[in-house]
Design a protein around this ligand. Structure first.
Ligand code: ME8
Length: 505
């Protein structure tokens, strides 16, 4: 039976250009989506753009565009960037899609009927860049903790959602892991927050903000952009707002986010779902933040790195590998250019690329060992153990550990070649040569499958050189993982997979 696997990324703020932070989350989600497709699961992978709010209207005006034109233009840039990065999403949701807007309105109508939304007046400190109010406690030196500028005091009539009613149930569901938050530090952070502060009701409408979905029972107001945005996770799988007709893919197996938007996803979002009596996502995983060359990456200050430029330097496949290999996924880290170059040369050019070239050069004519069947037991055991650790790592979202397993197998193969010295065997022991090469070719096949979720095109190039591209893609994972049953009748050299790149510094 195929398992269903629904995975989401945040929807990216359309006022910004695609940045390497968003690329990081989306590549990670894509690797998981591809890994689950390889396992035979029924995957739905959702990403998209977040398109309402005052800041967007202001930028549109400054660019002499209507807000919708501005959103169309910028949203297309995300789609193009995700194309370059080989993101295999099943839907790209935009919060200006009319289907999405209708779903959000229906949600609010139902919450109103349930008396979980009521009118009132809100006064607070508002950050226009975050599109949210802050409590005085949350400020850093009296300023926005993210944008470091002063906040404006706003007072307005609005509608509130009874968020406070969900404090105890959230505490219970999070502590018991029924709503799983990972890594542990992030779970502790949310539990600490829920234990120490009383949840305030949430203002879910804005009078001041004109570029938004019209509030259903008060045409003077628009729906708070975060409530609008969060429901993309349901409208993106075709939910029309009817709580009796849930889409097949709900709830998600994993929602991936960066730690900056943890509270929205760990408190506001599950509370809204509980209010509608809908099942909660199974797992929320918040990854770390990275600095770039030791500097804080700031999207609003325009110091974000353009992922498409990095893809030109390293190639999209390699960039996907490099971004996920630099530091453990849940932790913070630095994305220094020199480390990217070093890692490219060590893992890819000198590692995988060099091994593939070595083996294919030695193998020249595949027909000789196509059906050679003397399997090296040590090899078989190594490959079994690599697959086991690799799968465990990806199930736990430890991308760097899965990559380390692949590197370990490359090292193992290189060592085997150095020990067996196959270039000498053609004269001394041609039968042994066939077996040595068979084991190596079979290992290359495994390596190409292990790298497939990370580097789909490079993986296909290896399979093509091995002459087994189309048949390999027809296999399920348990067939892929077998050792010694493949035949290699049409081995060819192929091109250099990872040409050396010199740092420009
Ligand atoms: O927050 N390091 O969108 P967004 C790692 N629209 N990840 C980073 C990063 C960095 N330096 N900078 C950004 C929004 N990210 C909302 C989401 S969801 C219903 C609405 C990643 O475009 C991180 O995953 O400002 C962050 O959560 C995401 O980009 C979205 O940023």
């Amino acid at each position: 039976m195929n398992n269903k696997f629904y995975i989401t990324t945040p929807i990216y703020y359309v006022n910004e250009k695609p940045h390497v932070g968003g690329a990081y989350t989306t590549i990670a989600a894509d690797v998981l989506a591809r890994f689950h497709r390889m396992k035979g699961d029924q995957v739905f992978f959702l990403t998209g753009t977040d398109e309402h709010g005052e800041k967007i209207a202001i930028s549109a005006e400054a660019n002499h565009k209507t807000p919708k034109e501005w959103c169309d233009e910028n949203s297309a840039k995300y789609e193009e960037a995700w194309d370059v990065l080989k993101i295999s999403h099943d839907n790209f949701i935009r919060t200006t899609d009319s289907k999405h807007e209708k779903t959000v309105v229906k949600v609010l109508e139902q919450l109103f009927k349930k008396k979980l939304i009521y009118p009132g007046t809100y006064q607070g400190l508002y950050c226009i860049d975050c599109e949210r109010y802050y409590t005085p406690k949350e400020l850093v030196d009296g300023k926005c903790p993210f944008h470091h500028h002063d906040l404006v005091t706003l007072s307005e009539d609005c509608y509130f959602f009874k968020l406070s009613a969900f404090q105890d149930i959230l505490l219970k569901l999070i502590s018991s892991n029924e709503f799983l938050i990972e890594p542990q530090e992030r779970k502790n952070e949310i539990l600490g927050f829920l234990k120490s502060e009383k949840l305030e009701d949430l203002a879910v409408s804005r009078k001041k903000v004109k570029w938004g979905i019209e509030f259903p029972f008060d045409k003077e107001q628009t729906i708070y952009v975060w409530v609008d945005a969060l429901f993309n996770y349901l409208s993106g799988i075709d939910w029309d707002g009817d709580i009796k007709k849930l889409p097949k893919f709900w709830p998600p197996e994993v929602q991936l986010i960066g730690k900056d938007i943890l509270r929205f996803h760990a408190v506001m979002w599950p509370a809204l779902l509980l209010a509608l009596e809908l099942p909660l996502p199974k797992k929320l995983f918040a990854h770390g933040f990275f600095t770039v060359n030791g500097q804080k990456m700031s999207k609003s200050l325009g110091t974000g790195v353009n992922p498409e430029e990095l893809a030109v330097t390293f190639g999209a496949d390699s960039l996907r590998w490099l971004l996920l290999s630099l530091f453990p996924f849940g932790q913070d880290g630095d994305l220094s250019e020199s480390r990217l170059y070093d890692k490219y040369n060590s893992d890819l050019s000198n590692g995988l690329g060099n091994l593939v070239r070595r083996v294919l050069t030695l193998a020249q004519d595949g027909s000789e060992f196509a059906s050679s069947k003397i399997i090296n037991v040590e090899f078989k055991e190594k490959i079994d153990s690599v697959w086991q650790k690799y799968e465990k790592a990806l199930d736990g979202l430890h991308f760097e550990t899965a990559i380390a397993q692949i590197n370990d197998l490359i090292f193992f193969c290189d060592k085997y070649i150095n020990q067996e010295e196959p270039w000498k065997l053609s004269k001394t022991d041609p039968d042994k040569l066939k077996n040595v090469l068979y084991n190596l070719l079979e290992s290359l096949r495994h390596l190409s499958c292990l790298t497939w979720p990370f580097m789909p095109d490079k993986s296909n190039l290896i399979l093509e050189s091995l002459g087994i591209l189309s048949q390999e893609h027809k296999k399920n994972l348990s067939e892929i993982k077998k050792f010694g049953e493949e035949k290699f009748e049409k081995v060819s050299q192929g091109k250099v997979l990872f040409p050396k790149i010199e740092s420009v510094e």
